[in-house]
Design a protein around this ligand. Sequence first.
Ligand code: NA7
Length: 551
Amino acid sequence: MSTATQSAPSAPAAAGVPQFDAVVIGAGVAGLYQTYRLREAGFSVQAYEAGSAVGGTWYWNRYPGARFDSEGEIYQYWFSKSMYANWKPSERFPAQPETEAWLNHVADQHDLRKHYRFSTKVTSAIYNEAGKFWTVTTDQGETVTARFFVSCAGMLSAPLENRFPGQDTFKGRIFHTARWPREEIDFAGKRVGVVGTGATGIQVIQTLAPKVGQITVFQRTPQYIIPMRNPKLDAADWQKQSDRFDYLRARVQTTFSGFEYDFENGAWHDKTPEERRAVYEHYWAYGSLALWLAAYAEVFFDETANDELSEFVREKMRARLNNDPYLCDKLIPKKSDYGFGTHRVPLESGYLETFLRPNVKLVDCRESAIERVVPNGVQMKNGTVHEVDILILATGFDAGTGALTRIDIRGRGGRSLKDDWGKDIRTAMGLGKHGYPNLFTTAAPLAPSAALCNMTTCLQQQVDWIADCLIALREKGVQEIEPTLEFEDAWVQHHDEIANMTLLTKTDSWYMGSNIEGKPRRLLSYCGGVGVYRGKCDEVAAKGYEGFAMS
Ligand code: NA7
Protein backbone atom coordinates (compact mmCIF):
# COMPACT_ATOMS: atom_id res chain seq x y z
CA MET A 1 0.00 0.00 0.00
CA SER A 2 1.16 3.51 -0.66
CA THR A 3 2.28 5.91 2.02
CA ALA A 4 0.95 9.01 0.31
CA THR A 5 0.04 12.03 2.42
CA GLN A 6 -3.51 13.42 2.50
CA SER A 7 -2.99 16.39 0.18
CA ALA A 8 -3.81 15.38 -3.35
CA PRO A 9 -1.00 15.89 -5.81
CA SER A 10 -2.20 16.61 -9.32
CA ALA A 11 0.40 14.51 -11.13
CA PRO A 12 -0.52 10.96 -12.18
CA ALA A 13 1.07 7.89 -10.56
CA ALA A 14 4.76 7.35 -11.04
CA ALA A 15 5.95 3.94 -12.18
CA GLY A 16 2.58 2.32 -11.75
CA VAL A 17 2.31 3.00 -8.02
CA PRO A 18 -0.96 4.68 -7.11
CA GLN A 19 -0.83 7.83 -5.03
CA PHE A 20 -3.60 6.79 -2.66
CA ASP A 21 -4.91 3.61 -1.26
CA ALA A 22 -8.46 4.75 -1.86
CA VAL A 23 -10.53 7.46 -3.45
CA VAL A 24 -13.90 7.87 -1.76
CA ILE A 25 -16.79 9.77 -3.32
CA GLY A 26 -19.32 11.44 -1.05
CA ALA A 27 -19.47 13.23 2.28
CA GLY A 28 -22.85 11.93 3.39
CA VAL A 29 -23.64 9.33 6.01
CA ALA A 30 -21.72 6.59 4.16
CA GLY A 31 -18.83 8.65 2.81
CA LEU A 32 -17.93 10.20 6.16
CA TYR A 33 -17.91 6.83 7.84
CA GLN A 34 -16.00 5.15 5.00
CA THR A 35 -13.35 7.85 5.14
CA TYR A 36 -13.16 7.47 8.90
CA ARG A 37 -12.85 3.68 8.78
CA LEU A 38 -10.17 3.69 6.09
CA ARG A 39 -8.21 6.49 7.73
CA GLU A 40 -8.35 4.72 11.12
CA ALA A 41 -7.09 1.53 9.46
CA GLY A 42 -4.06 3.43 8.20
CA PHE A 43 -5.02 3.81 4.54
CA SER A 44 -4.34 6.98 2.62
CA VAL A 45 -7.62 8.42 1.38
CA GLN A 46 -8.56 11.18 -1.02
CA ALA A 47 -12.24 11.96 -0.78
CA TYR A 48 -14.38 14.12 -3.05
CA GLU A 49 -17.71 15.81 -2.52
CA ALA A 50 -19.70 17.76 -5.12
CA GLY A 51 -21.33 19.91 -2.45
CA SER A 52 -19.49 22.70 -0.70
CA ALA A 53 -19.77 20.98 2.69
CA VAL A 54 -20.56 17.65 4.33
CA GLY A 55 -24.05 16.19 4.63
CA GLY A 56 -24.83 14.35 1.40
CA THR A 57 -28.60 13.91 1.26
CA TRP A 58 -28.88 16.35 4.17
CA TYR A 59 -26.77 18.93 2.39
CA TRP A 60 -28.72 18.83 -0.87
CA ASN A 61 -32.30 18.19 0.26
CA ARG A 62 -32.83 21.37 2.24
CA TYR A 63 -36.36 21.96 0.90
CA PRO A 64 -39.09 23.11 3.28
CA GLY A 65 -40.26 20.22 5.44
CA ALA A 66 -37.36 17.84 4.68
CA ARG A 67 -36.87 15.23 7.39
CA PHE A 68 -36.16 11.54 7.55
CA ASP A 69 -38.80 8.87 8.12
CA SER A 70 -36.64 6.80 10.48
CA GLU A 71 -36.86 7.33 14.23
CA GLY A 72 -34.01 9.49 15.48
CA GLU A 73 -32.76 6.85 17.89
CA ILE A 74 -31.90 4.50 15.04
CA TYR A 75 -30.91 6.96 12.30
CA GLN A 76 -27.48 6.96 13.91
CA TYR A 77 -23.86 6.05 13.73
CA TRP A 78 -22.94 3.19 16.00
CA PHE A 79 -19.16 3.52 16.15
CA SER A 80 -19.07 5.93 19.05
CA LYS A 81 -21.26 5.66 22.11
CA SER A 82 -20.33 9.13 23.28
CA MET A 83 -21.18 10.63 19.90
CA TYR A 84 -24.57 8.91 20.03
CA ALA A 85 -25.17 10.35 23.46
CA ASN A 86 -24.24 13.82 22.25
CA TRP A 87 -26.86 14.10 19.52
CA LYS A 88 -30.14 15.21 21.04
CA PRO A 89 -32.40 16.42 18.24
CA SER A 90 -35.60 18.18 19.18
CA GLU A 91 -38.01 15.72 17.57
CA ARG A 92 -38.55 12.00 17.11
CA PHE A 93 -38.14 12.47 13.32
CA PRO A 94 -35.64 15.33 13.11
CA ALA A 95 -35.78 17.81 10.27
CA GLN A 96 -32.99 18.47 7.77
CA PRO A 97 -31.24 21.34 9.60
CA GLU A 98 -30.64 19.23 12.70
CA THR A 99 -29.40 16.28 10.69
CA GLU A 100 -27.06 18.43 8.62
CA ALA A 101 -25.71 20.01 11.81
CA TRP A 102 -25.18 16.57 13.31
CA LEU A 103 -23.17 15.37 10.30
CA ASN A 104 -21.07 18.52 10.51
CA HIS A 105 -20.47 17.73 14.15
CA VAL A 106 -19.37 14.18 13.23
CA ALA A 107 -16.98 15.53 10.60
CA ASP A 108 -15.49 18.00 13.08
CA GLN A 109 -15.21 15.57 15.94
CA HIS A 110 -13.31 13.08 13.80
CA ASP A 111 -11.38 15.63 11.79
CA LEU A 112 -12.70 14.27 8.49
CA ARG A 113 -12.86 17.44 6.39
CA LYS A 114 -9.11 17.44 5.74
CA HIS A 115 -9.49 14.34 3.57
CA TYR A 116 -12.00 16.01 1.27
CA ARG A 117 -11.98 18.20 -1.78
CA PHE A 118 -15.34 19.96 -1.61
CA SER A 119 -17.23 21.53 -4.53
CA THR A 120 -15.49 18.93 -6.66
CA LYS A 121 -17.23 16.41 -8.85
CA VAL A 122 -15.53 13.24 -9.97
CA THR A 123 -16.02 13.17 -13.72
CA SER A 124 -14.23 9.97 -14.67
CA ALA A 125 -12.62 6.91 -13.15
CA ILE A 126 -10.59 4.67 -15.45
CA TYR A 127 -9.20 1.33 -14.34
CA ASN A 128 -5.56 0.70 -15.22
CA GLU A 129 -5.37 -3.06 -15.71
CA ALA A 130 -1.59 -3.24 -15.88
CA GLY A 131 -1.03 -1.18 -12.75
CA LYS A 132 -4.18 -2.41 -10.94
CA PHE A 133 -5.34 1.04 -9.90
CA TRP A 134 -7.92 3.67 -10.74
CA THR A 135 -7.19 7.02 -12.34
CA VAL A 136 -9.75 9.49 -11.10
CA THR A 137 -10.37 12.89 -12.67
CA THR A 138 -12.45 15.76 -11.34
CA ASP A 139 -14.20 18.79 -12.79
CA GLN A 140 -11.56 20.94 -11.05
CA GLY A 141 -8.90 19.55 -13.35
CA GLU A 142 -7.36 17.27 -10.75
CA THR A 143 -6.24 13.73 -11.57
CA VAL A 144 -5.25 11.23 -8.90
CA THR A 145 -4.60 7.52 -8.80
CA ALA A 146 -5.74 5.10 -6.13
CA ARG A 147 -5.69 1.35 -5.68
CA PHE A 148 -9.36 1.30 -4.73
CA PHE A 149 -12.31 3.40 -5.81
CA VAL A 150 -15.11 3.48 -3.26
CA SER A 151 -18.44 5.04 -4.12
CA CYS A 152 -20.51 6.51 -1.33
CA ALA A 153 -22.30 8.69 -3.88
CA GLY A 154 -25.75 7.79 -2.63
CA MET A 155 -28.79 5.94 -3.85
CA LEU A 156 -31.07 8.94 -4.29
CA SER A 157 -28.62 11.61 -5.29
CA ALA A 158 -29.01 12.01 -9.05
CA PRO A 159 -32.05 14.29 -9.30
CA LEU A 160 -34.37 14.40 -12.31
CA GLU A 161 -34.13 18.12 -12.85
CA ASN A 162 -34.95 18.64 -16.50
CA ARG A 163 -38.27 16.92 -16.59
CA PHE A 164 -40.28 19.12 -18.92
CA PRO A 165 -39.68 21.02 -22.14
CA GLY A 166 -39.71 24.77 -21.75
CA GLN A 167 -38.29 24.89 -18.22
CA ASP A 168 -35.76 27.48 -19.41
CA THR A 169 -38.57 29.77 -20.58
CA PHE A 170 -40.18 30.05 -17.15
CA LYS A 171 -40.24 33.65 -15.83
CA GLY A 172 -40.08 32.68 -12.16
CA ARG A 173 -37.71 30.39 -10.32
CA ILE A 174 -37.70 26.60 -10.66
CA PHE A 175 -36.28 24.42 -7.91
CA HIS A 176 -35.69 20.72 -7.80
CA THR A 177 -36.10 19.66 -4.18
CA ALA A 178 -32.69 17.96 -4.14
CA ARG A 179 -30.94 21.09 -5.42
CA TRP A 180 -32.56 23.50 -3.02
CA PRO A 181 -30.65 26.78 -2.59
CA ARG A 182 -29.12 27.75 0.73
CA GLU A 183 -30.79 31.17 0.79
CA GLU A 184 -34.25 31.81 2.25
CA ILE A 185 -36.97 31.82 -0.41
CA ASP A 186 -39.81 34.28 0.08
CA PHE A 187 -43.02 32.39 -0.56
CA ALA A 188 -45.41 34.90 1.02
CA GLY A 189 -48.37 35.57 -1.27
CA LYS A 190 -46.79 33.60 -4.14
CA ARG A 191 -48.51 31.13 -6.43
CA VAL A 192 -46.45 27.98 -6.10
CA GLY A 193 -46.65 24.85 -8.24
CA VAL A 194 -45.40 21.51 -6.93
CA VAL A 195 -44.95 18.61 -9.34
CA GLY A 196 -44.84 15.24 -7.64
CA THR A 197 -46.46 13.66 -4.62
CA GLY A 198 -43.80 11.16 -3.54
CA ALA A 199 -42.30 11.25 -0.05
CA THR A 200 -40.61 14.54 -0.95
CA GLY A 201 -43.58 16.28 -2.58
CA ILE A 202 -45.76 15.43 0.39
CA GLN A 203 -43.31 17.04 2.82
CA VAL A 204 -43.06 20.17 0.67
CA ILE A 205 -46.79 20.53 0.09
CA GLN A 206 -47.87 20.12 3.72
CA THR A 207 -45.16 22.55 4.86
CA LEU A 208 -45.68 25.28 2.27
CA ALA A 209 -49.47 25.30 1.99
CA PRO A 210 -50.01 27.55 5.04
CA LYS A 211 -47.21 29.91 3.94
CA VAL A 212 -48.02 30.68 0.31
CA GLY A 213 -50.69 32.58 -1.56
CA GLN A 214 -51.77 29.55 -3.54
CA ILE A 215 -50.32 26.11 -4.10
CA THR A 216 -51.09 24.02 -7.17
CA VAL A 217 -50.30 20.35 -6.73
CA PHE A 218 -49.63 18.37 -9.89
CA GLN A 219 -50.37 14.78 -8.94
CA ARG A 220 -50.02 11.77 -11.20
CA THR A 221 -50.18 8.87 -8.76
CA PRO A 222 -52.01 9.15 -5.41
CA GLN A 223 -50.27 7.82 -2.31
CA TYR A 224 -51.16 5.65 0.61
CA ILE A 225 -49.87 7.48 3.66
CA ILE A 226 -49.14 6.88 7.32
CA PRO A 227 -49.48 9.80 9.77
CA MET A 228 -46.18 10.63 11.42
CA ARG A 229 -46.27 10.96 15.19
CA ASN A 230 -43.50 13.39 15.82
CA PRO A 231 -43.37 14.55 19.43
CA LYS A 232 -40.82 17.05 20.68
CA LEU A 233 -38.07 15.37 22.66
CA ASP A 234 -35.75 16.69 25.33
CA ALA A 235 -32.45 15.65 26.88
CA ALA A 236 -34.16 13.26 29.30
CA ASP A 237 -35.86 11.47 26.39
CA TRP A 238 -32.55 11.07 24.60
CA GLN A 239 -30.87 9.85 27.76
CA LYS A 240 -33.35 6.98 27.77
CA GLN A 241 -32.33 6.16 24.20
CA SER A 242 -28.64 6.40 25.09
CA ASP A 243 -29.26 3.86 27.82
CA ARG A 244 -30.50 1.51 25.08
CA PHE A 245 -27.46 2.07 22.84
CA ASP A 246 -26.04 -1.47 23.01
CA TYR A 247 -29.45 -3.05 22.51
CA LEU A 248 -30.38 -0.79 19.58
CA ARG A 249 -27.03 -1.21 17.87
CA ALA A 250 -27.38 -4.98 17.92
CA ARG A 251 -31.11 -4.98 17.20
CA VAL A 252 -31.13 -2.94 13.97
CA GLN A 253 -28.60 -5.28 12.43
CA THR A 254 -30.94 -8.25 12.64
CA THR A 255 -34.38 -6.94 11.69
CA PHE A 256 -35.89 -7.15 8.22
CA SER A 257 -35.51 -3.48 7.47
CA GLY A 258 -32.80 -2.23 9.83
CA PHE A 259 -35.32 -0.43 12.04
CA GLU A 260 -35.94 -1.38 15.64
CA TYR A 261 -39.27 -2.99 14.82
CA ASP A 262 -39.73 -6.21 12.89
CA PHE A 263 -42.45 -8.61 11.74
CA GLU A 264 -43.25 -10.17 15.08
CA ASN A 265 -47.04 -10.42 15.08
CA GLY A 266 -47.26 -14.02 13.91
CA ALA A 267 -48.54 -15.27 10.57
CA TRP A 268 -51.25 -13.17 8.93
CA HIS A 269 -53.38 -16.21 8.09
CA ASP A 270 -53.26 -17.47 11.69
CA LYS A 271 -54.94 -14.34 13.00
CA THR A 272 -58.59 -13.31 12.95
CA PRO A 273 -59.56 -10.12 11.11
CA GLU A 274 -60.19 -8.52 14.52
CA GLU A 275 -56.73 -9.44 15.76
CA ARG A 276 -55.15 -8.06 12.61
CA ARG A 277 -57.20 -4.89 12.83
CA ALA A 278 -55.90 -4.35 16.36
CA VAL A 279 -52.34 -4.63 15.03
CA TYR A 280 -53.06 -2.14 12.23
CA GLU A 281 -54.66 0.29 14.68
CA HIS A 282 -51.70 -0.01 17.01
CA TYR A 283 -49.18 0.85 14.30
CA TRP A 284 -51.37 3.58 12.81
CA ALA A 285 -51.37 5.29 16.19
CA TYR A 286 -47.65 4.58 16.66
CA GLY A 287 -47.08 6.85 13.65
CA SER A 288 -44.04 5.44 11.89
CA LEU A 289 -43.19 3.09 9.03
CA ALA A 290 -43.91 0.15 11.37
CA LEU A 291 -47.37 -0.28 9.85
CA TRP A 292 -45.55 -1.19 6.64
CA LEU A 293 -42.35 -2.80 7.89
CA ALA A 294 -43.52 -4.58 11.04
CA ALA A 295 -47.23 -5.46 10.81
CA TYR A 296 -47.24 -8.60 8.63
CA ALA A 297 -44.62 -9.70 6.10
CA GLU A 298 -47.42 -11.27 4.02
CA VAL A 299 -48.48 -7.76 2.99
CA PHE A 300 -45.42 -7.79 0.71
CA PHE A 301 -46.29 -10.93 -1.22
CA ASP A 302 -49.85 -12.07 -0.52
CA GLU A 303 -52.55 -10.13 -2.36
CA THR A 304 -55.24 -10.99 0.16
CA ALA A 305 -53.15 -9.69 3.04
CA ASN A 306 -52.18 -6.66 1.02
CA ASP A 307 -55.80 -5.90 0.08
CA GLU A 308 -56.87 -5.92 3.70
CA LEU A 309 -54.22 -3.48 4.89
CA SER A 310 -54.70 -1.31 1.79
CA GLU A 311 -58.40 -1.03 2.59
CA PHE A 312 -57.64 -0.21 6.22
CA VAL A 313 -55.46 2.70 5.10
CA ARG A 314 -58.04 3.86 2.55
CA GLU A 315 -60.70 3.89 5.25
CA LYS A 316 -58.46 6.03 7.50
CA MET A 317 -57.74 8.38 4.62
CA ARG A 318 -61.43 8.77 3.76
CA ALA A 319 -62.19 9.81 7.33
CA ARG A 320 -59.36 12.34 7.26
CA LEU A 321 -60.81 13.81 4.06
CA ASN A 322 -64.28 14.09 5.67
CA ASN A 323 -65.42 11.55 3.04
CA ASP A 324 -65.36 14.35 0.44
CA PRO A 325 -66.17 12.38 -2.75
CA TYR A 326 -63.95 14.44 -5.05
CA LEU A 327 -60.89 14.43 -2.79
CA CYS A 328 -61.31 10.78 -1.88
CA ASP A 329 -61.51 9.88 -5.53
CA LYS A 330 -58.38 11.85 -6.38
CA LEU A 331 -56.16 11.37 -3.34
CA ILE A 332 -56.76 7.78 -2.31
CA PRO A 333 -55.20 4.99 -4.38
CA LYS A 334 -57.69 2.48 -5.71
CA LYS A 335 -57.24 -1.25 -5.60
CA SER A 336 -56.68 -1.17 -9.35
CA ASP A 337 -53.83 1.35 -8.93
CA TYR A 338 -51.48 -0.59 -6.64
CA GLY A 339 -51.41 -2.05 -3.16
CA PHE A 340 -50.24 -0.48 0.06
CA GLY A 341 -46.48 -0.68 0.49
CA THR A 342 -45.67 -1.88 -3.00
CA HIS A 343 -43.66 1.28 -3.33
CA ARG A 344 -42.40 3.79 -0.79
CA VAL A 345 -45.00 4.70 1.84
CA PRO A 346 -44.53 8.31 2.94
CA LEU A 347 -45.09 9.50 6.48
CA GLU A 348 -47.08 12.73 6.55
CA SER A 349 -48.22 15.42 8.95
CA GLY A 350 -51.53 16.94 7.92
CA TYR A 351 -50.92 16.32 4.21
CA LEU A 352 -54.47 15.21 3.48
CA GLU A 353 -56.03 18.11 5.38
CA THR A 354 -53.94 20.43 3.23
CA PHE A 355 -56.37 19.73 0.40
CA LEU A 356 -59.26 21.04 2.50
CA ARG A 357 -57.62 24.50 2.47
CA PRO A 358 -59.02 27.09 0.07
CA ASN A 359 -55.55 28.00 -1.26
CA VAL A 360 -54.71 24.47 -2.44
CA LYS A 361 -55.58 23.32 -5.96
CA LEU A 362 -55.18 19.73 -7.11
CA VAL A 363 -54.38 19.01 -10.75
CA ASP A 364 -54.79 15.40 -11.85
CA CYS A 365 -52.01 14.65 -14.34
CA ARG A 366 -53.69 11.38 -15.23
CA GLU A 367 -56.63 13.27 -16.71
CA SER A 368 -54.28 15.43 -18.73
CA ALA A 369 -50.50 15.15 -18.48
CA ILE A 370 -48.08 18.04 -18.12
CA GLU A 371 -47.01 19.01 -21.61
CA ARG A 372 -44.52 21.75 -20.97
CA VAL A 373 -43.48 24.63 -18.79
CA VAL A 374 -44.43 28.00 -20.24
CA PRO A 375 -43.25 31.46 -19.13
CA ASN A 376 -46.15 31.94 -16.71
CA GLY A 377 -46.78 28.40 -15.53
CA VAL A 378 -47.42 24.81 -16.48
CA GLN A 379 -49.29 23.82 -19.60
CA MET A 380 -51.19 20.55 -19.75
CA LYS A 381 -51.77 18.40 -22.83
CA ASN A 382 -55.37 19.63 -23.01
CA GLY A 383 -54.08 23.20 -23.35
CA THR A 384 -54.93 24.42 -19.86
CA VAL A 385 -52.25 26.62 -18.31
CA HIS A 386 -51.90 26.71 -14.53
CA GLU A 387 -50.23 29.98 -13.65
CA VAL A 388 -47.54 29.89 -10.98
CA ASP A 389 -44.77 32.24 -9.81
CA ILE A 390 -42.49 29.52 -8.41
CA LEU A 391 -42.28 25.93 -9.64
CA ILE A 392 -41.00 23.14 -7.41
CA LEU A 393 -40.03 19.85 -8.98
CA ALA A 394 -40.38 17.02 -6.49
CA THR A 395 -39.85 14.67 -9.39
CA GLY A 396 -37.41 12.26 -7.80
CA PHE A 397 -34.16 10.65 -8.85
CA ASP A 398 -32.37 8.29 -11.16
CA ALA A 399 -32.21 5.96 -8.19
CA GLY A 400 -29.52 3.41 -7.48
CA THR A 401 -27.59 3.75 -10.71
CA GLY A 402 -27.71 7.49 -11.53
CA ALA A 403 -24.98 8.66 -9.18
CA LEU A 404 -22.46 6.39 -10.88
CA THR A 405 -23.70 6.43 -14.46
CA ARG A 406 -23.30 10.22 -14.44
CA ILE A 407 -19.55 9.56 -14.00
CA ASP A 408 -17.55 8.03 -16.85
CA ILE A 409 -16.48 4.82 -15.13
CA ARG A 410 -14.41 2.42 -17.20
CA GLY A 411 -13.49 -1.06 -16.08
CA ARG A 412 -11.63 -3.86 -17.86
CA GLY A 413 -11.07 -3.34 -21.56
CA GLY A 414 -12.61 0.14 -21.35
CA ARG A 415 -16.09 -1.20 -20.60
CA SER A 416 -18.44 1.48 -19.38
CA LEU A 417 -20.61 1.16 -16.29
CA LYS A 418 -23.17 3.45 -17.88
CA ASP A 419 -23.43 1.14 -20.88
CA ASP A 420 -23.47 -2.01 -18.76
CA TRP A 421 -26.20 -0.76 -16.43
CA GLY A 422 -28.00 0.74 -19.39
CA LYS A 423 -28.54 -2.82 -20.61
CA ASP A 424 -28.97 -4.70 -17.35
CA ILE A 425 -28.62 -3.57 -13.74
CA ARG A 426 -26.42 -6.19 -12.09
CA THR A 427 -24.06 -6.15 -9.14
CA ALA A 428 -22.40 -8.59 -6.81
CA MET A 429 -24.25 -8.06 -3.50
CA GLY A 430 -24.40 -4.37 -4.34
CA LEU A 431 -20.79 -4.16 -3.21
CA GLY A 432 -19.00 -4.54 -6.52
CA LYS A 433 -19.36 -5.47 -10.13
CA HIS A 434 -17.69 -8.00 -12.37
CA GLY A 435 -15.47 -6.27 -14.92
CA TYR A 436 -14.68 -3.45 -12.49
CA PRO A 437 -11.85 -4.63 -10.23
CA ASN A 438 -11.09 -2.66 -7.07
CA LEU A 439 -14.40 -0.81 -7.32
CA PHE A 440 -16.53 -0.91 -4.19
CA THR A 441 -20.00 0.52 -3.92
CA THR A 442 -22.41 1.44 -1.13
CA ALA A 443 -26.12 2.14 -1.65
CA ALA A 444 -25.84 0.47 -5.04
CA PRO A 445 -28.46 -1.71 -6.73
CA LEU A 446 -29.20 -5.18 -5.34
CA ALA A 447 -28.22 -4.37 -1.76
CA PRO A 448 -30.77 -3.39 0.90
CA SER A 449 -31.40 0.32 0.61
CA ALA A 450 -33.69 3.29 1.01
CA ALA A 451 -37.08 2.72 2.57
CA LEU A 452 -36.79 -1.05 2.62
CA CYS A 453 -33.91 -0.33 4.97
CA ASN A 454 -33.13 2.29 7.54
CA MET A 455 -30.31 3.84 5.54
CA THR A 456 -27.83 4.36 8.36
CA THR A 457 -28.03 0.65 9.20
CA CYS A 458 -27.37 -0.58 5.67
CA LEU A 459 -24.76 2.01 4.85
CA GLN A 460 -22.66 1.30 7.93
CA GLN A 461 -22.82 -2.42 7.32
CA GLN A 462 -21.63 -1.97 3.73
CA VAL A 463 -18.92 0.50 4.74
CA ASP A 464 -17.68 -1.88 7.42
CA TRP A 465 -17.62 -4.79 4.99
CA ILE A 466 -15.58 -2.77 2.50
CA ALA A 467 -13.14 -1.49 5.13
CA ASP A 468 -12.67 -4.99 6.56
CA CYS A 469 -12.13 -6.33 3.07
CA LEU A 470 -9.41 -3.78 2.33
CA ILE A 471 -7.69 -4.64 5.61
CA ALA A 472 -7.82 -8.35 4.75
CA LEU A 473 -6.41 -7.67 1.28
CA ARG A 474 -3.55 -5.69 2.78
CA GLU A 475 -2.76 -8.54 5.15
CA LYS A 476 -2.71 -10.97 2.24
CA GLY A 477 -0.71 -8.65 0.00
CA VAL A 478 -3.53 -8.65 -2.58
CA GLN A 479 -3.55 -5.77 -5.06
CA GLU A 480 -6.63 -6.61 -7.07
CA ILE A 481 -10.06 -7.99 -6.21
CA GLU A 482 -13.05 -8.53 -8.47
CA PRO A 483 -16.30 -10.43 -8.13
CA THR A 484 -16.41 -13.37 -10.50
CA LEU A 485 -19.11 -13.51 -13.15
CA GLU A 486 -20.44 -16.73 -11.58
CA PHE A 487 -20.76 -15.05 -8.19
CA GLU A 488 -22.52 -12.05 -9.71
CA ASP A 489 -24.86 -14.33 -11.68
CA ALA A 490 -25.75 -16.21 -8.52
CA TRP A 491 -26.43 -13.02 -6.60
CA VAL A 492 -28.61 -11.57 -9.34
CA GLN A 493 -30.57 -14.82 -9.51
CA HIS A 494 -31.03 -14.93 -5.73
CA HIS A 495 -32.08 -11.27 -5.70
CA ASP A 496 -34.59 -11.78 -8.49
CA GLU A 497 -36.07 -14.90 -6.92
CA ILE A 498 -36.93 -12.99 -3.76
CA ALA A 499 -37.98 -9.84 -5.58
CA ASN A 500 -40.32 -11.76 -7.87
CA MET A 501 -42.11 -13.32 -4.93
CA THR A 502 -43.18 -9.84 -3.82
CA LEU A 503 -45.80 -7.44 -5.10
CA LEU A 504 -43.12 -4.74 -5.41
CA THR A 505 -42.15 -5.90 -8.87
CA LYS A 506 -45.73 -5.50 -10.12
CA THR A 507 -45.91 -1.81 -9.26
CA ASP A 508 -44.31 1.01 -11.21
CA SER A 509 -42.06 3.29 -9.18
CA TRP A 510 -38.45 4.28 -8.77
CA TYR A 511 -38.01 1.01 -6.85
CA MET A 512 -38.27 -0.74 -10.23
CA GLY A 513 -36.53 1.97 -12.25
CA SER A 514 -39.81 2.68 -14.03
CA ASN A 515 -39.68 6.42 -13.32
CA ILE A 516 -37.06 6.66 -16.08
CA GLU A 517 -37.96 5.80 -19.62
CA GLY A 518 -35.81 2.97 -20.96
CA LYS A 519 -34.20 2.08 -17.63
CA PRO A 520 -33.88 -1.69 -17.31
CA ARG A 521 -36.56 -3.04 -14.99
CA ARG A 522 -35.32 -4.71 -11.80
CA LEU A 523 -36.09 -4.17 -8.14
CA LEU A 524 -33.23 -1.91 -7.07
CA SER A 525 -33.23 -2.82 -3.41
CA TYR A 526 -32.49 -6.30 -2.08
CA CYS A 527 -35.50 -7.40 -0.07
CA GLY A 528 -34.35 -10.61 1.54
CA GLY A 529 -33.94 -8.68 4.79
CA VAL A 530 -31.13 -6.73 6.39
CA GLY A 531 -30.21 -9.53 8.80
CA VAL A 532 -30.13 -12.11 6.01
CA TYR A 533 -28.04 -9.84 3.81
CA ARG A 534 -25.56 -9.19 6.58
CA GLY A 535 -25.23 -12.92 7.17
CA LYS A 536 -24.47 -13.53 3.51
CA CYS A 537 -21.88 -10.73 3.40
CA ASP A 538 -20.22 -12.03 6.55
CA GLU A 539 -20.14 -15.55 5.15
CA VAL A 540 -18.37 -14.37 1.99
CA ALA A 541 -15.77 -12.58 4.11
CA ALA A 542 -15.35 -15.53 6.50
CA LYS A 543 -14.63 -17.78 3.54
CA GLY A 544 -11.78 -15.54 2.41
CA TYR A 545 -13.94 -13.49 0.01
CA GLU A 546 -15.39 -16.47 -1.73
CA GLY A 547 -16.75 -15.46 -5.10
CA PHE A 548 -14.10 -12.79 -5.59
CA ALA A 549 -10.99 -13.30 -7.72
CA MET A 550 -7.83 -11.89 -6.13
CA SER A 551 -4.29 -11.36 -7.31
P1 NA7 B 1 -40.41 9.91 -6.11
O1 NA7 B 1 -40.90 9.02 -5.05
O2 NA7 B 1 -39.78 9.30 -7.30
O3 NA7 B 1 -41.63 10.84 -6.53
C1 NA7 B 1 -41.58 11.61 -7.69
C2 NA7 B 1 -42.94 12.19 -7.92
O4 NA7 B 1 -42.90 12.99 -9.09
C3 NA7 B 1 -44.00 11.13 -8.13
O5 NA7 B 1 -45.18 11.55 -7.51
C4 NA7 B 1 -44.14 11.12 -9.64
O6 NA7 B 1 -45.37 10.62 -10.09
C5 NA7 B 1 -43.98 12.58 -9.94
N1 NA7 B 1 -43.68 12.83 -11.32
C6 NA7 B 1 -42.54 12.50 -11.98
N2 NA7 B 1 -42.64 12.87 -13.27
C7 NA7 B 1 -43.87 13.42 -13.41
C8 NA7 B 1 -44.58 13.97 -14.51
N3 NA7 B 1 -44.03 14.02 -15.74
N4 NA7 B 1 -45.82 14.45 -14.31
C9 NA7 B 1 -46.37 14.38 -13.09
N5 NA7 B 1 -45.76 13.88 -12.01
C10 NA7 B 1 -44.52 13.39 -12.19
O7 NA7 B 1 -39.34 10.96 -5.53
P2 NA7 B 1 -39.26 11.59 -4.09
O8 NA7 B 1 -38.19 12.62 -4.14
O9 NA7 B 1 -40.58 11.98 -3.59
O10 NA7 B 1 -38.79 10.40 -3.18
C11 NA7 B 1 -37.66 9.63 -3.51
C12 NA7 B 1 -37.19 8.94 -2.29
O11 NA7 B 1 -36.40 9.83 -1.50
C13 NA7 B 1 -38.26 8.49 -1.35
O12 NA7 B 1 -38.89 7.33 -1.76
C14 NA7 B 1 -37.52 8.38 -0.06
O13 NA7 B 1 -36.92 7.12 0.05
C15 NA7 B 1 -36.50 9.47 -0.13
P3 NA7 B 1 -45.53 9.03 -10.42
O14 NA7 B 1 -45.56 8.36 -9.08
O15 NA7 B 1 -44.32 8.64 -11.23
O16 NA7 B 1 -46.79 8.91 -11.18
